[in-house]
Design a protein. Structure first.
Length: 190
């Protein structure tokens, strides 16, 4: 998937479906997926849904790997972002009116092959690359928009990726550590 795979209209439709799904669920109903969706929505793609209120994170959950069709993933993670992000209490119906929804559609993660850890500085581009880190049982992910929003350079990005995975800040230098990159097409609610 190239990073301009979906049209802006398709991105807004994903956001609309995520909002309707959350709203229906919070009202005790069951959302029924429309039949006439674009074919791309049935392709297996990774997806994250991020919820914020007044520019403050309120929930973010996703599938980094293309486990299922995009539409199914979107419906799963929109409910999970609203109710199951362990950093927050479940979203209330009253809060939903103030929530901004962002949908990130991901490329398949690929391992970054390096000769030594300094290669990361030339291979990782802030703003383009989302990252996944793995070391033993530890795993963490940061979407490509995070280092931009936080004004991080590559080193700070890698250190915060380690923190997210529960690793020491310099674990990205460990030869047992694997780092994967992916790109995302990001859609913000209008």
């Amino acid at each position: 998937m190239q990073t301009n795979y979906l049209t802006p209209e398709e991105g807004q439709l994903l956001i609309k479906l995520a909002r309707e799904n959350i709203s229906t669920y919070l009202k005790g109903g069951e959302f029924s997926q429309p039949n006439n969706l674009p074919e791309k929505f049935y392709e297996h793609l990774g997806v994250f849904v991020t919820l914020s209120i007044n520019s403050n994170l309120r929930g973010c959950i996703g599938y980094p790997e293309p486990y299922m069709p995009l539409i199914e993933g979107l419906l799963d993670v929109s409910i999970a972002a609203a109710l199951e992000d362990p950093r927050f209490n479940p979203l209330s119906l009253k809060e939903l009116d103030n929530v901004q929804i962002e949908v990130s559609v991901l490329t398949k993660p690929t391992i970054i092959t390096i000769g030594n850890y300094e290669d990361y500085f030339s291979l990782i581009k802030v703003g383009r690359d989302g990252l996944i880190i793995e070391n033993s049982y530890h795993r963490g992910l940061l979407l490509p928009q995070v280092p931009v929003e936080q004004k991080w350079d590559v080193k700070t990005y890698l250190e915060n990726l380690c923190y997210k995975a529960g690793l020491h800040q310099n674990s990205w230098k460990d030869e047992k550590t694997k780092i994967y990159s992916f790109q995302a097409q990001i859609f913000n609610e209008k």
